[in-house]
Design a protein around this ligand. Structure first.
Ligand code: ATP
Ligand code: MG
Ligand code: MG
Ligand code: MG
Length: 470
């Protein structure tokens, strides 16, 4: 049995349909009326109004496969076997309907009966104080004590400021000792790639108050999320999410473009995986109407696209290539997400234009950087100043890590602290200018296409994350 991504997606959704759930299509990556997030990062986020009771759901039981973007995971991408900036999250949701007694046995039924995963490979965790979930796993499902791990708040309690929150229970798959870190205490919860977390079941049963107390909710909810890529990785017995059927096809297209073979050299493999992942993110973001810009979502898109293009250069690709990789994404995922096919030409165009812009700035920035390096050397220093690094970043769109890399080849370090100081100054200035010049042509240009509802603080956070890593 192949268990391709398309098949697994369908198996999951139809399983929960058989349990009375209404299947909804994925929501856009762009959140609606939710200034707290830039991009949809979980199956539950577009459903928040149903959980909070603000809106009436079309059904009390819903199942989806949701497109997600998680930029905070960017550092892991290509390095762990299980993280992408883009992934699809399978989920089943109860809005004040069924609760733990149904959700837990159904999750087990899907894993062991429908997918026939051998029970000995599966482990679960519960929140340390959640005896109810523990007992369901132990007594109703029949899991022995040594298979149920009690973890603390950090891992097994889901909350986000005030509002609906609660404990969660996660399902892990043991990929075997050869996939692990080999440490003697390696077990469920270890951050290595052996016990891979596949499914999180969240039991939203409390309403967290301003004063930090937890009031039980009248309507208890279920919110679950399983990464389709991780499930496919486990079912196909491959090394990483980059090797599951449809994603491997994209990876192979990257290798063909670069004329390199996968699995020969670690550094090259990381670049190949980064491009593969970012090509998915970028294609999906553009298909949802996001355009490259210097703010908010557009900035995330710009950074991902430029990062992929740069890794392309590292692999020796010296021409525009991302649109062709996007084509492969469309080919592989166009049936599951029909708007990809409808917007194919548009997606190609947006991607190529941005990639072209990037190459132009890179070429310009390279000669400026060469000048700076000469300057620094003739001053008898061995460090580029924060101002220089910032100027390269700000005026020439030159990513920090590229500056670092090229400088270090010449034996020169960079003042990263100084860079971040300049960055903070710039943000403060932009904020001030934004306040005082609303409506001017300058403002319109700089903040074009931005969502004024996004709190500045949050945008800063996301930008910083991208700046730090890309
Ligand atoms: P991890 O600890 O591995 O980073 P997580 O605890 O952050 O995962 P959750 O927020 O619980 O993940 O999301 C639910 C599920 O979504 C996870 O169990 C996993 O299968 C999947 N998932 C989460 N982050 C990613 C990612 N970056 N790439 C692919 N799948 C992911
Ligand atoms: Mg995570
Ligand atoms: Mg986790
Ligand atoms: Mg989790």
């Amino acid at each position: 049995r192949k268990y391709g991504m398309n098949e697994l997606r369908e198996m999951y959704l139809s399983f929960f349909e058989s349990k009375g759930h209404l299947r909804l299509p994925s929501f856009s990556l762009v959140p609606v009326n939710d200034p707290s997030i830039l991009l949809i990062n979980a199956g539950m986020t577009p459903l928040k109004p149903y959980f909070s009771g603000l809106e009436k759901p079309p059904s009390k039981r819903v199942t989806t496969c949701q497109k997600c973007i998680r930029t905070p995971d960017i550092e892991n991408v290509g390095k762990t076997s299980r993280h992408g900036t883009f992934f699809e999250m399978l989920g089943n949701f109860s809005f004040g309907d069924y609760f733990k007694k149904e959700a837990i046995p159904w999750a087990w039924e899907f894993m062991t009966k429908v997918l026939e995963i051998p029970e000995e490979r599966l482990f679960v965790s519960v929140y340390e104080e959640d005896d109810e979930a523990y007992d369901i796993w132990h007594k109703d499902v029949g899991l022995p004590h040594e298979k149920i791990f009690r973890f603390g708040k950090k891992d097994n309690f889901w909350e986000h400021g005030t509002g609906p929150c609660g404990p969660c229970s996660e399902i892990y798959f043991d990929r075997g000792p050869d996939k692990g870190c080999g440490k003697p205490d390696c077990t469920v919860g270890c951050d290595c790639d052996r016990f891979i977390e596949v499914w999180n079941n969240v039991f939203t049963q409390f309403d967290r108050q301003e004063d930090g107390s937890y009031v039980p909710l009248k309507n208890k909810n279920i919110d679950t999320g399983m990464g389709l890529e991780r499930l496919a990785c486990v079912m196909q017995g491959v090394d990483s999410i980059f090797e599951v059927d449809a994603i491997r096809a994209i990876l192979d297209a990257v290798c063909a473009k670069a004329g390199v073979e996968y699995g020969k050299e670690y550094k090259k493999d990381v670049s190949i995986r980064v491009i593969t992942d970012h090509a998915r993110s970028v294609t999906m973001m553009v298909s949802d109407g996001i355009l490259p810009s210097n703010e908010g979502r557009g900035y995330v898109l710009r950074r991902l696209l430029r990062r992929a293009a740069r890794h392309g250069r590292l692999l020796g690709i010296n021409e525009l290539f991302m649109a062709d990789i996007a084509d492969k994404v469309i080919e592989c995922f166009g049936d599951a997400y029909p708007n990809l096919k409808e917007k194919r030409d548009y997606i190609r165009k947006v991607i190529s234009l941005e990639e072209e812009r990037f190459y132009a700035t890179i070429d310009q920035g390279t000669s400026i950087l060469e000048e700076y390096l000469e300057q620094v050397k003739s001053n008898g220093s061995n460090m580029l100043t924060g101002e220089m690094v910032f100027k390269l970043h700000d005026t020439y769109g030159f990513p920090l890590d590229l500056t670092r890399e090229i400088a270090s080849e010449k034996g020169i370090a960079i003042d990263e602290e100084g860079f971040h100081k300049e960055m903070a100054k710039q943000k403060e200035k932009a904020r001030e200018a934004h306040k005082s010049r609303v409506g001017s042509a300058w403002e319109k240009d700089l903040f074009e296409g931005t969502d004024k509802n996004i709190p500045t603080q949050f945008v800063g956070y996301t930008e910083y994350e991208c700046d730090a890593e890309i």
